[in-house]
Design a protein around this ligand. Structure first.
Ligand code: ADP
Ligand code: MG
Length: 253
């Protein structure tokens, strides 16, 4: 049986808008499992980012609980949350947020040094391996502005996994990339997942969605559909795309 990493119960989030409460998440019950490449889809504005932020402790839920390692993230203080996000979770976004005056390599190792989970030598050893595996070793001394968007995102992924997070959160990580760079980034995420990295990604891009082992669909504040797929690469891409498309059509995507 699959082991749960995160368990959300009755998770709700609302925002005040013009004096009225707008409910974005309305009592979501959800488990995220170890080893899965979970993808949350939904229309633009359906609350995908809001859900990712509430599940990861980047933002506070209005009500409900998110259990991680016997702790309720919703009740944690800012200090505790910061530590959790830093030591147990990894994050990537549409924008890479790399430090512009640090080299790609420095961007990654600094994150490892600050964490103090591993010694500096261990951080560098991990970084060296990651840079080779990710195919950006030859440009590691470049500044972010000197490499492509895809290379920047691959560096941001290396930075996100340098501290061996239990769960890697990704919010539209291919949203700003062209086709070729999108494929490179998705191949990297797939490869990380094959090697055991649990991933939770939100996207509205079908090319990204087909990489999932489990797909969830968010609409009207709740998960209204789920599709489980065999690990990516075991089935032909075309039939996988057809399966995802049929599922999305059934949900009036
Ligand atoms: N901080 C906020 N204050 C008010 N409304 C917000 C805030 N963040 C998001 N929203 C609203 O919540 C809804 C869902 O947003 P979001 O989670 O970003 O959707 P998605 O990622 O699916 O496109 C949108 O209507 C958005 O305007
Ligand atoms: Mg979003």
């Amino acid at each position: 049986m699959k082991k749960s990493i995160l368990t959300a119960k009755s998770l709700s989030k609302s925002f005040a808008h013009n004096g009225e409460q707008v409910h974005i998440l309305s009592g979501v019950d959800l488990d995220i499992y170890e080893g899965d490449f979970t993808v949350i889809m939904g229309a633009s504005g359906s609350g995908k980012s809001t859900m990712l932020y509430a599940l990861s402790g980047m933002d506070k839920a209005t009500a409900g609980s998110v259990m991680y390692d016997d702790q309720n993230i919703v009740l944690m203080g800012e200090k505790e949350l910061a530590k959790l996000r830093y030591s147990d979770f990894g994050f990537i976004f549409q924008q890479m947020h790399l430090v512009s005056n640090l080299s790609l390599y420095e961007n990654v190792v600094v994150s490892g040094y600050l964490n103090k989970k591993n010694s500096p030598a261990e951080v560098r050893e991990r970084a060296d391996k990651l840079f080779k595996r990710i195919g950006i070793d030859h440009i590691k001394t470049h500044l972010p502005s000197q490499v492509s968007g895809g290379e920047q995102q691959r560096c941001a992924i290396a930075r996100a996994v340098i501290n061996q997070p239990k769960l890697l959160f990704a919010d539209e990580p291919t949203g700003a990339l062209n086709r070729k760079n999108t494929t490179e980034v998705l191949d990297l995420l797939t490869d990380l997942n094959k090697n055991g990295q649990s991933i939770l990604m939100v996207t509205h891009d079908i090319r990204a969605a087909v990489r999932a082992s489990r797909l969830l669909y968010l609409s009207d504040g709740n998960i209204i559909g789920e599709l489980n797929l065999s690990p990516y690469g075991q089935t032909e891409e075309k039939s996988r795309e057809a399966q995802v498309n049929a599922w999305l059509n059934s949900l009036e995507w």
